[in-house]
Design a protein around this ligand. Structure first.
Ligand SMILES: C[S@@+](CC[C@H](N)C(=O)[O-])C[C@H]1O[C@@H](n2cnc3c(N)ncnc32)[C@H](O)[C@@H]1O
Length: 233
């Protein structure tokens, strides 16, 4: 995931350019901090005050140069127009958030407006075309059968949320002026691994296999998550 994002960033922007990055639904800020450490100017927006505190605590432990490059705003990702001017960012991330948003098109249109021409919109969503894979590979046949004709699912936190289909998102991205430029599957082979499972000794080979499958048809189509990259025209 991080490797795919870096690949898209380095393919679009000159090496060493300090990019203006907006991370919507930043959670504890892992990705945002990584990009700030890499020299970019990062703004994180997060609606959960607990997550904001965790992200602020993590940032406070960073050297001054990195602290100065990162800003954290407590707020709703649907309100970016209140905080920023259109075209203010080179890269907008929205990772693991869309499933919680009832009407994603308005959020996405707002995020596309935040991008400067040529800017990158990076989305990580649950793959609505392959919801039967997780129950099916776990031997939950009733669950698998029930997952074919729906885009709702119960996530690992027990919340009823929504997955998104590749075709629908492709059409949305085209309609909001940030057409799909590249996409990847994420968690093709490892989706059924237990939370907190021990890291295997051959983790490098595992990551290489995931990485390869994530960019190869047909494997990427049945990944648990999709990483979509749109580019502002
Ligand atoms: C699964 S976490 C993902 C965190 C991080 N982006 C990552 O990839 O690790 C989803 C986060 O999105 C936040 N979120 C959900 N809806 C949001 C909204 N409308 N505006 C801002 N944050 C939101 C949640 O509070 C949560 O912290």
């Amino acid at each position: 995931m991080a490797r795919q994002l870096d690949e898209q960033i380095s393919g679009r922007f000159p090496v060493g350019q300090r990019l203006r990055v907006l991370d919507v639904g930043m959670g504890q800020g892992t990705q945002a901090l990584r990009l700030a450490r890499a020299g970019h100017q990062v703004t994180g927006v997060e609606q959960d005050p607990k997550m904001v505190s965790v992200a602020r605590a993590a940032l406070s432990g960073e050297p001054e140069g990195i602290r100065e490059r990162m800003r954290i705003i407590e707020g709703d990702g649907r309100d970016t127009g209140v905080h920023f001017l259109p075209g203010s960012f080179d890269v907008v991330l929205c990772h693991g958030v869309l499933m919680y948003v009832e009407e994603p098109d308005a959020l996405l249109a707002g995020l596309a407006r935040m991008l400067a021409p040529g800017g990158l919109l990076s989305l990580l969503v649950r793959n609505g075309d392959a919801l039967a894979m997780r129950p099916g590979l776990s031997g939950d046949w009733a669950g698998a059968l029930g997952a074919f004709d729906t885009v709702s699912y119960t996530n690992r936190l027990g919340l009823e949320v929504r997955a998104d289909r590749l075709d629908a998102l492709t059409a949305t991205l085209a309609g909001i002026g940030a057409p799909l430029h590249a996409w990847y599957g994420v968690r093709v082979f490892t989706d059924t691994a237990a939370d907190g499972a021990e890291i295997p000794a051959d983790v490098e080979a595992l990551l290489a296999a995931e990485e390869r499958a994530g960019r190869t048809d047909p494997y990427r189509r049945v990944a648990a998550l999709l990483h979509l990259c749109g580019v502002r025209g």
